[in-house]
Design a protein around this ligand. Structure first.
Ligand code: MCN
Ligand code: FES
Ligand code: FES
Length: 909
């Protein structure tokens, strides 16, 4: 222990600390300054940035013994507080810089460090600064962050009035379509919003800290667990194994299709008979501190009989492969696509031009800045409460209750404010683990993954291995498609069949292809389990069909944009599943892109040099808004005693903006009574208190819950109407003995699940449509690709909140760059950190990300809105891959397009 006397936000502090403790932990723990966040904990994300003696540093890797006596430390709490904001914080709010907001304090502190030195930076200076200080954001695509710094600098230089950085909604106007900042923005930019790890520090003193004993192999029989040594370690309360789990010890994978050969009960909470993947939880150590729990976890001995591990779909499909789940074949679900006439005769017709390709899209890691975190405790009402990053609280409750040995009404799930999930939290992760610990010990139980655990023991995007063929007439009219795809879904079946159906729905989507035959299958492997990931199944699907469209264009001697224009959906077209699209914006979107595309091609030609080759690529992307079939949601609208309103939903917020979506959707109805948006409250999801609005997946909430909110608000307004005009107050409603809370329900009636035998159906009533263009430079001496510019022309229907929608688009494009060029989770060790897994920092993402909108009203969307969350990640990567081919003639069919791969192809290897 050492004594430290230093200044924090101008106040002298005098504390005794462990010299090896990090400054971040001391600020957060001993000083309660939880505005400084810890993401990676390894110096790679900048979430923990503070200013020390005038320099921006990463406090997670700064040991207390390296902090000088008398050092001056400035944290987000010192930069500005609610009511006394720094211009950077104000600018962050009005530019939508805080989506999940987990990175915001670190970015703002870092930007303050820049502006302290240079009040007149260029955009490139700002980008260089964030790159140098490793400030990483997974949500925003960085554009609004640079915008915010530029505006804040103007205010500091006196060139902009601080009031100009405030959003004002004209009185009486609806917030629908406006740039109203989200209600949680203030808490995010000031560091006052508590995320899971912050809440964990505020649990009662008797809370136990958990550490997991995890498998270090990918496939094994479990022979025994010896915890005797661990139990003797300091601070240890108990070591829990499967024997301490009171229920079925399984998380159900919720089989969607009856032809699935598994029963869904394949994922153990704690391993009992087998280890199915690297990182599987074998035991839980409960101790007084996280450090003690982790130290003891290392002492638990596990006796394993190692089995052959199948780390890809082809390996698990090999004839001699043993069944990973004995009794269930490794290929446990198959689905067929049968549309129109037999395709074989079309492919053998000599009048047809045919192309074929094999494609592989990798195991993309989600890489939220906040690693997984959660806690559980017994509530006074006798229920077990589990707080986590769940984006499907009601769904997860039913998936884990039987495993814990609880009835559904004995369990409540609560969603914490979260630092991004991008879909990995569509699967339960640690919910059941903290639940087991709280039930077994009777004490609050807290668990936080480090970044390695985040990478190794949460779900990943499932790789697809796709063979695809097109047949077209000589003038480029698509006549037939044949597809075959295998989905490497890892060891756990949850939603694997549904994901396989995404191949049916999105391979070749966007084009009127009259005749299709396809076969898809879900394969159980021992690599990371497959979970949802933004745009679920469509990046894989479009990688094959949008690459093959370019290959077809080349063979036909047609321009890739014009080939797409010729075949894209128009009235009379049907989707691969035989559905009539609800709107037809693709020709208009391509029309908007065409002049930019032609100019970009000219520019690329002019600017290419002997070593730097420039190219332009196009792709189309489409995604459905909803869960397959008649998806439904519920919301309540309540008038409060102080005449404010609460919209009750369980619209979970990964960071996409559930809060602002809820407020703007409700305001469109409530503003008719003169209610300003500040009087509308939203709720944090809690199954014990909120209606079941379904999960925040499939870009469904704005459409499905948005409709439920609309209905609830309409009912409330109707009830508040006075016979002679005007609206009743709360007291008048009470005096008239009228209820003050109204229910809104909505269901996508008319939608129909796709049939496993034919793939035909009407899975979604509302879709999002986009056309992507990428401009790249390939250095042919190194194989390195730089994305210079991207354009997304999209149609997400009526825009509900402009900041939210722009932010979704930019953020999705940035993830598309990572998907195309660098991101992977194939090597379990090497890819276990952000840098190792290819996280895209600011200089990888161009500052020039242009967005163009068409707002075709959707008949089934609230006020005509579709969703937006997943559109921007449907196929941006394919436009990059097509641009690489355009630049240097190299076609990458196995992602990511890392430099060595491009170089090898350039060298003809
Ligand atoms: N919106 C709008 N106008 C529209 C459509 C949507 O203003 N026409 C707004 C909504 O109000 C909401 C946001 O856009 O604030 C996204 O709405 P929607 O597309 O309905 O998506 P969900 O709310 O269902 O969110 C889920 C979606 C998915 S599936 C993933 S994965 C995802 C995503 O959103 N993960 C994200 N966006 C993310 N953004 C962040 N920052 N972090 C994640 O983890
Ligand atoms: Fe410190 Fe990531 S750099 S938490
Ligand atoms: Fe930057 Fe979410 S807002 S990581």
């Amino acid at each position: 222990m050492i004594q430290k006397r230093f200044f924090v936000n101008g106040v002298e502090r005098n504390i005794v600390v462990d010299g090896d403790a990090s400054l971040a932990d001391v600020l957060r723990g001993q000083m309660g300054l939880t505005g400084t966040k810890v993401g990676c904990g390894e110096g790679q994300c900048g979430a923990c940035s503070v200013i020390m003696n005038g320099k921006v540093i990463r406090s997670c890797v700064t040991k207390m013994k390296r902090v000088d006596d008398g050092a001056k430390v400035e944290t987000i709490e010192g930069v500005g507080q609610p009511g006394n904001l720094h211009p950077l914080q104000q600018a962050w709010m009005v530019h939508g810089g805080a989506q999940c907001g987990f990175c915001s304090p670190g970015f703002i502190v870092s930007a303050k460090g820049l502006l302290d030195q240079n009040q007149n930076p260029s955009r490139e200076d700002v980008r260089d600064w964030f790159q140098k200080h490793r400030n990483a954001c997974r949500c925003t695509g960085y554009v609004p962050l640079v915008d915010a710094v530029m505006d804040a600098a103007k205010v500091l230089r006196g060139e902009m009035k601080p009031e100009e950085l405030e959003f004002k909604l004209p009185e009486g106007q609806s917030a629908l379509g406006s740039s109203l900042p989200r209600p949680t923005a203030l808490g995010k930019v000031t560091g006052t919003l508590d995320y899971g790890a912050d809440l964990g520090m505020k649990l009662p003193d008797n809370a136990l800290h958990l550490a997991l004993v995890q498998a270090q192999v990918s496939h094994a029989n479990l022979k025994g667990i010896d915890a005797s040594e661990a139990l003797k370690m300091p601070g240890v309360h108990s070591v829990l194994t499967h024997k301490d789990v009171k229920g079925k010890n399984r998380i159900t994978g919720l089989i969607t299709f009856p032809t699935n050969k598994g029963d869904g009960w394949d994922r153990p909470i704690l391993c009992d008979e087998k280890v199915f993947q690297y990182g599987d939880a074998i035991a839980i150590v409960c101790a007084d501190t996280e450090a003690n729990a982790r130290a003891a976890a290392d002492k638990v001995k596990v006796d394993l009989e190692v089995l052959p591990a199948y780390l890809s779909a082809p390996e698990a499909m090999a004839e001699d492969a043993i069944e990973i789940h004995p009794g269930t074949p490794n290929v446990y679900y198959e689905t067929q696509l049968v549309k129109g006439e037999e395709t074989a005769p079309i492919f053998s017709d000599s009048n047809m031009v045919t192309v074929e390709g094999d494609f592989y899209l990798q195991r993309q890691p989600h890489m939220p800045i906040e690693p997984d975190v959660g806690f559980a405790y017994m509530g006074d009402d006798g229920k077990l409460y589990i707080h986590s990053k769940s984006i499907g609280v009601h769904l997860h409750l039913y998936m884990i209750a039987p495993g814990l040995g609880l009835e559904a009404d004995q369990l409540a799930l609560v969603a914490n404010p979260m630092g991004g999930t991008f879909g990995y939290k569509f699967s339960p992760t640690m919910e059941a683990l903290v639940g087991v610990a709280a039930l077994a010990t009777g004490r609050p139980a807290f668990l936080r993954y480090n970044y390695k655990q985040q990478q190794q023991y949460t779900g990943k995007r499932s790789p697809f291995w796709i063979n695809l063929k097109f047949a077209a007439t000589k003038d480029g009219e698509l006549k037939a498609m044949e597809s075959d795809w295998s989905v490497d879904h890892g060891p756990y079946s949850e939603f694997g069949d549904l994901l396989t159906m995404r191949g049916t729905q999105f391979i070749g989507a966007g084009y009127n292809i009259p005749n299709i035959r396809g076969n898809g299958r879900t394969v159980c492997t021992n690599h990371a389990w497959g979970s949802a990931f933004r745009s679920y199944g469509s990046p894989q699907s479009f990688f094959s069909s949008e690459s093959l469209m370019d290959m077809l264009a080349e063979k036909l001697g047609m321009d890739p944009l014009e080939l797409r224009y010729k075949n894209c959906y128009r009235p009379g077209s049907t989707t691969p599943t035989g559905q009539d699209p609800e709107v037809f914006p693709l020709p208009d979107l391509l029309d908007k892109l065409r002049p930019k595309y032609q100019a970009a091609k000219e520019k690329a030609k002019k600017e290419s040099t002997d070593t730097l080759k420039k190219g332009v690529g196009i792709s189309l992307g489409i995604y459905g808004c909803g869960l397959d079939g008649p998806d439904s949601s519920e919301a309540w609208a309540e008038l409060n005693p102080d005449d404010t309103f609460t919209i009750h939903t369980s619209w979970q917020d990964h960071g996409q903006g559930a809060d602002i979506g809820c407020v703007c959707t409700a305001h469109e109805i409530l503003h008719k009574m003169g209610v300003p948006p500040e009087k509308i409250n939203f709720t944090w999801p809690n199954t014990a208190k909120c209606p079941n609005s379904g999960p925040s997946g499939g870009s469904r909430q704005q459409v499905v819950t948005g409709n439920a909110i609309r209905v609830a608000c309409e009912e409330l307004v109707k009830a508040m109407e006075k016979p002679g005009g005007g609206f009743m107050t709360y007291s008048e409603m009470k005096a008239a003995d009228k209820p003050t809370k109204y229910e809104g329900k909505w269901s996508a009636a008319g939608a129909k699940d796709c049939d496993t035998a034919t793939g035909q159906g009407k899975p979604f009533l509302v879709y999002m449509y986009g056309a992507f263009m990428s401009e790249v430079t390939v250095d042919i001496t190194t194989g390195e690709t730089k994305v210079d510019r991207m354009t997304l022309a999209g149609d997400v229907g009526k825009i509900v909140n402009k900041l939210a929608v722009d932010g979704q688009m930019w953020g999705g494009l940035a993830q598309g760059i990572g998907l195309a060029l660098s991101e992977d989770f194939e090597d379990i060790q090497k890819h276990a950190s952000m840098v190792g897994a290819g996280f895209p920092y600011i200089k990888t993402v161009p500052d020039d990300l242009e967005l163009i909108y068409i707002e075709s009203p959707r008949p089934d969307g609230p006020y005509g809105a579709a969703g937006v969350g997943e559109l921007p990640l449907t196929s941006p990567h394919v436009s990059i891959i097509n641009a690489i081919s355009n630049a240097c003639g190299v076609r990458i069919t196995h992602l990511p397009a890392r430099p060595e791969k491009v170089l090898a192809k350039l060298q003809g290897k």
